[in-house]
Design a protein around this ligand. Structure first.
Ligand code: AGP
Length: 587
């Protein structure tokens, strides 16, 4: 959830450089931030609020080693004292941390009994003090870090520095940490975008890897108790992709990028799709699991595999999946869908599958992510870095991949690829200024709304779920989605004069869905139609041409735009919704 970064360079860099790198991780948390640099001792600055506040407060320091942190609070309220970096009692060791130390209370008690004092409510403060404790017993910095982290339970990614050591040390357990290898400069960070301005060469650390960087780089694996080699991978992400450029927010930039994503995926290597489809063909019992937006993509897969490939797969939100482990055998296949590849609930689901010797394949956007490394096979979404906390282009890329898989399973991959190609120009239109202007009129009418209902049948049902999530997470309007036929089984009691209801239609289910819209209108609802044909029941209409099985890709786009505009009109920050973090790395 938090974003951490460490930088070590042959040449001096400034606190401003470190803050710039940290900004690329702000999507991971933004309730407080801080940095520490080694310059005649440890200089440290922290602030509550977004990185902008830290930037205003920080002086222009220069150093060759520094660490920084942007926080999404778990232990301890949002205060400067609880912000990272956290210091050891002797002021020599500073640490940034992402994750949760589960046994921190007993470890803290142990340190207090050994004379240490705690100044924050964080679990993190334990780490620098534990390192100090081991150093006092004669271990050097590296060995002390190793000993300290070995006995900590939970999930963590940590970067540590010592005022007298020309070293940066990083260590990971069930939380993401990657190494950027530049010319005379190294980074240890939660995610790649933070160092893309300097290098595209990345080392993906494995579980319990500890990386020590001074003039050289060495990786020690705590599980193997040995020095290990990890390959340097050149990634094809671009520094510009991780910047806002001419756009005001990442959210709208990423909505606009969907056209490139669809275009790239329409040309995806056939063998990659065939390989995964073969896994599905071979399996006895296929389960698709994911969380949040990715779960709506997974649910789309459920409908699509039935419709196009005439195959039944089982869908489950990842956090519930471990309750179904009883059905898993070594012939089962679990397909996990996750943009980040780091979502704790999704990882727990695939670990439950692995425990039953089932096969696991994944659809993920992040190369080298934990999900990718723990899966038997993976497909990379090719959506490029998704920085906005609210997922848009990653979602449509998941839909596109699932559609290709469904077509391949039906022996019609070429048809699927052609359909995606035909969509490219249209997706461009859907993200254009014309569409944005049209949707803005709707947003103006809805800006003071408190509740909204959204319905769709068949493939439009997961679209309705995703539309509701988009509106909720970014505009804080309560939006609830139902399968078209379900609302009348209870929730229709909540419809009053003027209650906005979005109704997704398609050629296939137009009649029934319009009947449902009429039921709502009869109770006073304000009906917003999204689909191929206007209808007298609609008070507002967003035309989205009929695209059959790919309607889901097209129909969500105007609602992503609606959510964005509602956020702006209601004074919400679209890139940094309250209480959320991009990847939820805690269960
Ligand atoms: C999307 O807008 C969300 N913020 C969230 O639901 C997200 O999709 C979910 O946490 C899953 O993330 P993942 O795809 O990285 O696993």
């Amino acid at each position: 959830m938090c974003g951490i970064i460490g930088m070590i360079s042959k040449n001096e860099f400034s606190s401003g450089d470190l803050i710039e790198a940290l900004k690329k991780l702000e999507y991971r948390g933004y309730d407080s931030a801080g940095l520490a640099m080694i310059d005649n001792g440890i200089r440290i600055v922290k602030s509550v609020g977004g990185i902008k506040n830290l930037e205003e407060k920080a002086e222009e320091w220069k150093a060759r080693i520094g660490i920084a942190h942007t926080r999404w609070a778990t232990h301890g309220s949002v205060t400067e004292a609880n912000a990272h970096p956290q210091l050891s009692n002797n002021g020599k060791i500073a640490v940034v941390h992402n994750g949760i130390i589960e046994n921190f209370q007993e470890q803290k008690k142990f340190l207090i009994e050994n004379g240490f004092t705690f100044y924050s409510q964080t679990d993190t403060e334990l780490i620098p003090n534990m390192i100090e404790y081991h150093m006092k017993r004669g271990y050097d910095f590296v060995e002390a870090v190793k000993r300290s982290l070995k006995h900590l339970e939970g999930q963590y990614a940590v970067v540590a520095i010592h005022k007298d050591e020309n070293k940066l040390i990083g260590i990971r357990k069930e939380a993401p940490l990657v190494v950027g290898v530049g010319k005379g400069i190294f980074f240890i960070a939660s995610d790649i975008p933070s160092f893309l301005d300097y290098t595209k060469n990345v080392i993906f650390l494995e579980e319990k890897d500890m990386v020590i960087v001074d003039d050289e780089l060495q990786i020690f694996n705590l599980l193997k108790d040995a020095i290990v080699e990890r390959p340097v991978v050149k990634i094809d992400w671009d520094a510009e992709q991780a910047k806002k450029g001419e756009f005001e927010h990442f959210f709208i930039k990423e909505i606009s990028e969907q056209v490139e994503v669809i275009s790239k995926l329409s040309m995806l290597d056939k063998e990659i799709i065939k390989d995964l489809a073969d896994e599905i063909r071979k399996a006895r019992g296929v389960y698709i699991v994911a969380c949040g937006t990715a779960s709506h993509a997974a649910m789309y897969g459920l409908y699509l595999f039935s419709k196009i490939s005439k195959r039944h797969i089982n869908f489950c939100v990842a956090s519930e999946f471990p309750h179904f482990h009883h059905f898993l055998t070594k012939k089962s296949l679990v397909i996990a869908v996750s943009q980040s590849g780091e979502t704790a609930d999704t990882l727990a689901a695939i670990r439950a599958a692995k425990a039953a010797d089932a096969r696991v394949i994944s659809i993920t956007n992040v190369m080298g992510s934990t999900l990718m490394r723990e899966s038997d096979k993976s497909i990379i979404q090719r959506a490029g870095p998704e920085i906005s906390v609210v997922s848009t282009k990653a979602y449509t890329s998941q839909l596109a991949i699932l559609s290709l898989l469904a077509y391949e399973l039906a022996g019609k991959l070429e048809e699927g690829r052609e359909k995606l190609k035909e969509l490219i120009r249209y997706v461009y239109y859907l993200t254009s200024l014309n569409m944005r202007e049209h949707v803005r009129k709707l947003a103006e009418g809805l800006r003071y709304t408190e509740h909204m209902y959204i319905i769709g049948r068949g493939l439009q049902y997961p679209t309705a779920l995703e539309a509701a999530l988009k509106i909720k997470e970014v505009s804080y309007i309560h939006a609830e989605a139902y399968a078209g036929g379900e609302l009348k089984h209870g929730t229709i009691a909540l419809i009053e004069q003027g209650t906005p209801c979005i109704v997704f239609t398609s050629k296939e289910n137009e009649k029934e869905t319009i009947s449902n819209a009429i039921e709502l209108k009869t109770r006073g609802a304000y009906i917003i139609g999204v689909g191929p044909n206007n209808n007298e029941v609609f008070d507002f209409f967003i035309k989205v041409r009929e695209s059959g099985e790919l309607n889901s890709i097209c129909q969500i786009i105007p609602i992503q735009i609606l959510a964005y505009q509602l956020a702006l009109l209601r004074g919400c920050d679209p890139d940094r919704p309250r209480n959320l973090a991009k990847s939820v790395t805690v269960k």
